[in-house]
Write a protein that binds this ligand. Structure first.
Ligand SMILES: Cc1cc2nc3c(=O)[nH]c(=O)nc-3n(C[C@H](O)[C@H](O)[C@H](O)COP(=O)(O)OP(=O)(O)OC[C@H]3O[C@@H](n4cnc5c(N)ncnc54)[C@H](O)[C@@H]3O)c2cc1C
Length: 330
């Protein structure tokens, strides 16, 4: 077998894709995970990292972030190849494998698990004049490395849990943190909002950023308009700005893939083993649909062994299907 061909490619690094990566590793499969965002964790990481999740078996309650960190630690024990910031644009069947085309290049895989949830996420953009000139430099959408903000003047834009969380996180390292929101009220958990109010973060409300201008050194000046006024503006000069306006999902991209996947209610139709209408292409998590499906994490986790063991049975018919993980530990 060509050793550059993966046994299993998991498209989507949300909670279910992450568990699929781990479980594929348990089955000794050569596996890669491709995720369009800069970080693993899917909806849990992007939309509700601070929310307490109560319905994951074995935990009386854990935050989204804790769940993602636990999944990451479990996944990394298997050392899979992980491509972040990479979006799958097309999948083609070539001989007995699939060519997986991404915005960063093409890889080959004998089987695929689609774990794309509601589709590929992209951060909602800052729609202010000149903003695109400063993107990925002074203007960022994620904190990749907290040290990049050390001793800097930073403005966080947004009003949800995640914006509050970032502002409080940055407060520990930055010289000064502003939190700008277009409403006077924040949509965060009460506990987070009260922490915010006793912090040194300067709240700028109700304002919306309209323009970005160059400033001395490598700084930028943000021009913000007071909501419901015509001519009340405020300018704030900072080293960095973090935009936290949520995410937009593109659920239609799969329609353009060369393999013709059958759908049901705009999701992928799967059989009782989680296989789609294309042999060796499986789907799990929120993207997989069957009669009675519930789109919660516990359901997705339960679908993973069905998909991975189904694939391994197809690829290696002589391998014995495992029952318990102890049979698989290395
Ligand atoms: C506000 C909110 C609260 C919730 N609370 C709970 C709860 O308490 N308990 C619970 O069980 N469930 C909860 N859910 C539902 C739960 O988050 C989902 O069921 C779960 O995230 C599904 O996981 P997934 O891995 O299937 O998909 P997702 O989490 O959606 O992850 C899919 C990943 O695939 C990536 N992707 C998509 N397309 C591509 C592509 N073409 N190329 C590369 N990558 C791609 C996306 O960027 C994303 O990271 C909640 C959902 C929301 C929105």
């Amino acid at each position: 077998m060509n050793k550059n061909i993966y046994d299993i490619t998991i498209i989507g690094g949300g909670p279910v894709g992450m568990f699929a990566g781990f479980y594929s590793g348990l089955r000794n499969a050569k596996v890669q995970i491709i995720e369009s965002l800069d970080e693993l964790g899917g909806q849990v990481n992007a939309l509700y990292p601070e929310k307490t999740i109560l319905d994951v078996a074995g935990f009386a309650g854990l935050t989204g972030r804790e769940l993602v960190n636990n999944l990451k630690a479990q996944l990394l024990t298997m050392q899979p190849d992980i491509s972040l910031n990479t979006t799958v644009k097309n999948v083609k069947k070539v001989d007995d494998f699939f060519a997986i085309e991404t915005d960063k290049g093409t890889t080959q895989s004998r089987a695929i698990i689609i774990a794309t949830g509601n589709g590929s996420f992209k951060p909602r953009k800052l729609l202010a004049d000149n903003a695109d000139k400063y993107e990925n430099n002074q203007i960022q959408y994620f904190i990749k490395n907290l040290d990049d903000f050390k001793d800097k003047q930073v403005l966080v834009a947004g009003g949800g849990d995640s914006a509050i969380d970032q502002a409080l996180m940055l407060e520990k390292v930055a010289k000064k943190v502003y939190l700008l929101h277009r409403r006077n009220e924040f949509r965060g958990l009460e506990r987070m909002v009260s922490r915010l109010k006793t912090s040194s973060v300067e709240l700028v409300t109700p304002y919306l950023i309209k323009e970005v201008q160059p400033a001395d050194g490598n700084q930028i000046t943000l021009v913000a308009k007071k909501m419901r006024t015509d001519d009340e503006f405020k300018t704030i000069t900072v080293d960095k700005m973090l935009v936290n306006y949520g995410f937009v999902a593109d659920s239609k991209a799969m329609k353009n893939w060369d393999i013709n996947l059958q759908t049901s209610h705009r999701l992928l139709k799967v059989d009782s083993k989680m296989q789609t209408n294309i042999p060796n292409v499986y789907a799990v998590g929120d993207q997989a649909n069957y009669d009675g499906k519930q789109t919660i994490i516990a359901t997705g986790f339960g679908e993973v062994p069905l998909a991975v063991n189904g694939i391994m049975q197809n690829l290696y018919p002589n391998s014995n299907a495992p029952i318990h993980s102890t049979q698989l530990s290395k």
